[in-house]
Design a protein around this ligand. Structure first.
Ligand SMILES: [Zn+2]
Ligand SMILES: [Zn+2]
Length: 267
């Protein structure tokens, strides 16, 4: 199996490097294909989302890179929805990752203080988790969304600042219900190393318990690093593959330009 990373960011949103630098890094790392997943523009959230006026330039640049790398590396132009900015149309993007970064208009994965503020604002972690998972599960209603991004994102800071009791019945019930609904809608779940790249976590999303549950209900996975710089283009892929195998998965699903196909995970 040759690796593919469909979740990367660039200086068109909150990433550090240009699309060309990211694509060059993907080729150097030996990936078979790479997709840049632009943070969909959201009014007032230009600190981490693409500015609406830059979106056309991004798409043109991705098409230029696809031509430039033809025959060497497959280059895809993707979009990462936030549920606050879903559009219900795919073209001109090749694929769409569906994510939820905001609750009550607060981008809660920004830092631990913002995450704690959100919980205080909602009056508790159990209620906040339920809100998040209920909102995330509405991605099931968007047929154009292929991949669910960083499924348990609220736990981003939990290793250093335990905000959510992930062993509690309330949390687990909410997470499992969302996972079941999204899986029934045919969504692919990414094993995402984004919080590892940034030093917040030592393991990927979703948690091992959630991955084991996903396997038990016949779910599908892909692997991404959610890279925000070229150095992280294939960050922790080894660890993600080992985790997938240890949870019983034997294949991941890769985009071929039209659809997703299974590929065996090689130990
Ligand atoms: Zn995201
Ligand atoms: Zn992302």
């Amino acid at each position: 199996m040759k690796r593919q990373n469909l979740h990367c960011h660039t200086n068109f949103d909150d990433g550090a490097d240009s699309p060309e630098t990211m694509v060059r890094a993907a080729e150097k790392a030996g990936l078979a294909s790479v997709g840049i997943s632009l943070h969909c523009p959201i009014p007032g959230e230009e600190a981490w989302c693409c500015a609406p006026s830059d979106e056309g330039t991004f798409i043109e640049e991705m098409h230029r890179l696809r031509e430039l790398y033809a025959g060497r590396l497959e280059v895809w132009c993707g979009l990462e929805y936030d549920l606050d900015a879903a559009r219900r149309s795919v073209p001109p993007y090749d694929y769409i990752i569906g994510s939820c970064h905001m609750l009550s208009e607060i981008p809660f994965d920004y830092d631990p203080d913002t995450a704690a503020h959100l919980i205080a604002y909602h009056g508790g972690a159990a209620y906040t988790a339920r809100m998040y998972y209920e909102k995330l599960s509405t991605l099931a209603e968007y047929p154009e969304v292929a991949i669910v991004g960083h499924f348990d994102l609220p736990t981003k800071f939990n290793e250093r600042m335990p905000l959510y009791d992930t062993a509690s019945k309330a949390y687990r019930d909410a997470a499992f219900a969302a996972m079941d609904k999204l899986n029934a809608a045919g969504k692919i779940f990414e094993i995402n190393a984004g919080a590892m790249c940034r030093g917040w976590r030592t393991s990927p999303y979703p948690s091992e318990e959630l991955l084991r549950h996903l396997k038990s209900v016949g779910g599908r996975i892909c692997i991404s690093s959610d890279a925000h710089c070229a150095a992280h283009i294939d960050y922790a892929f080894d660890q993600c593959e080992k985790l997938a195998l240890s949870c019983g998965f034997t294949e991941i699903w890769q985009f071929d330009g039209r659809d997703f196909q299974p590929a065996p995970i090689i130990e």
